[in-house]
Design a protein around this ligand. Structure first.
Ligand code: 13P
Length: 246
């Protein structure tokens, strides 16, 4: 097995050129912790500039269009993001599923477009608080994962991020037992679709992950890294998360 830990910052709609110093500092942390794969998914406006200061980190995007080009005002294709310097992209973040009404089918199509452009992909899934409280979160999120999973899903280009919606930006996280149960369920769901390669696919946890809880979360058997929002915005906050993964 030996899945290399993957720790990725998602800056969401944060970051101007003034923050490129943080990118550079995080790139330095990545170089110092080469056992961990570290990346930053930045606003598209920063990708090209960040590519020059990324150090040991990779630069990723936060979304891509499902087409390579065309009449889609305001959208960016995976080809464009790759040319700008991205080597990964997130697809299916819950904020886009909610704000932009993205469906599971859209997300699978975006993942395939990213792969065609040479990008690796982090595909996000996660349940609402209502689903969690109803007690069937594993079944709902497993179904969401299988519905969003692209054709040809494989561990060499795809990683999964489990992000409970109610844990994002709230300071609340599930119990360690709940995270362990969910990640094991998602790996079983992957195995039902892609067989033995499910063992090699990284399943990240995301949602209020920070320097205080990262070590405990990353010690869970099926937790292969993290997708981190707020605690990735500065090198000072991100450093203990990267160190915990190393
Ligand atoms: P926070 O770490 O700010 O809770 O955000 C998590 C997230 O949504 C990462 O994609």
């Amino acid at each position: 097995m030996g899945r290399r830990k993957l720790v990725v910052g998602n800056w969401k709609m944060n970051g101007l050129r003034a923050q490129l110093g943080e990118v550079e500092a995080i790139g330095g942390l990545a170089r110092d912790h080469a056992a961990v794969e570290v990346g930053l998914c930045l606003p598209a406006t920063l990708i090209a500039a960040a590519d020059g200061v990324k150090g040991g980190a990779f630069i990723g995007a936060q979304d891509c269009h499902m087409k390579a080009n065309g009449a889609h005002t305001g959208c960016l294709s995976a080809v464009m993001l790759a040319e700008a310097g991205a080597s990964w992209t997130i697809v299916g973040h819950s904020e886009r599923r909610q704000d932009q009404g993205e469906t599971d089918a859209d997300i699978a199509a975006k993942a395939l477009a990213a792969k065609a452009a040479g990008l690796k992909v982090i595909l996000c899934v996660g349940e609402s608080l209502d689903v969690r409280d109803a007690g069937n979160a594993e079944a709902v999120v497993s179904a969401q994962l299988l519905a969003s999973l692209p054709e040809g899903a494989a561990s060499d280009w795809l990683a999964i991020a489990y992000e409970p919606i109610w844990a994002i930006g709230t300071g609340r996280i599930p119990t360690m037992e709940a995270v362990a149960t969910m990640h094991a369920a998602l790996r079983a769901a992957l195995a039902s679709r892609i067989g033995a390669d499910a063992d090699a696919m990284r399943i990240l946890y995301g949602g209020s992950m920070n320097g205080d809880n990262a070590a405990e979360l990353l010690a869970i058997a099926d937790v292969d890294g993290g997708l981190i929002g707020g605690a990735s915005l500065t090198a000072e906050k991100f450093a203990p998360v990267i160190a915990a993964a190393a």
